[in-house]
Design a protein. Structure first.
Length: 136
């Protein structure tokens, strides 16, 4: 009789562990809140790390505007990744991210790292969104 109880406990605990693993994997597909994404981006900016960059890229590809913005801001500091930075920042700005729009507008105004031809005719949008008094 004790053999069946021990086997039942083992089977039950195995099923619970499998359920927990499935739940953890399902949680990975969910976009985290903005403060978590910003913390990962801050860690990437301070210490580097391929895992943090890969995670930000995954969240960006899943549609996270904050991840696209943070990754774009990080890439904007690297000259070799500048085109990707502009693409990510434009994606976030078009989705309504005021920080990305402000960054792009300030670069446009300063004419330091972004050219008019990069974004086609979208610069007036960035300038409009980035003007003082606009809501986020």
């Amino acid at each position: 009789m004790e053999i069946f109880n021990k086997a039942g406990v083992i089977v039950t605990s195995t099923l619970v562990m499998v359920g927990m693993l499935i739940a953890c994997q399902a949680k990975e597909d969910v976009e985290p809140p903005a403060p978590v994404i910003e913390a990962v981006a801050k860690k990437l900016g301070e210490h580097g790390g391929a895992a943090a960059e890969r995670r930000l890229r995954e969240w960006s590809e899943q549609g996270s505007i904050v991840a696209a913005r943070e990754l774009g801001l990080l890439y904007s500091q690297n000259a070799s990744k500048h085109p990707e930075a502009i693409r990510l920042l434009e994606k976030a700005a078009r989705a309504g991210d005021a920080v990305s729009a402000d960054f792009l507008a300030s670069r446009y105004r300063a004419n330091s790292t972004v050219s008019n031809s990069t974004a086609g005719g979208t610069w007036p949008l960035y300038l409009h969104v980035a003007t003082p008094g606009q809501t986020k």
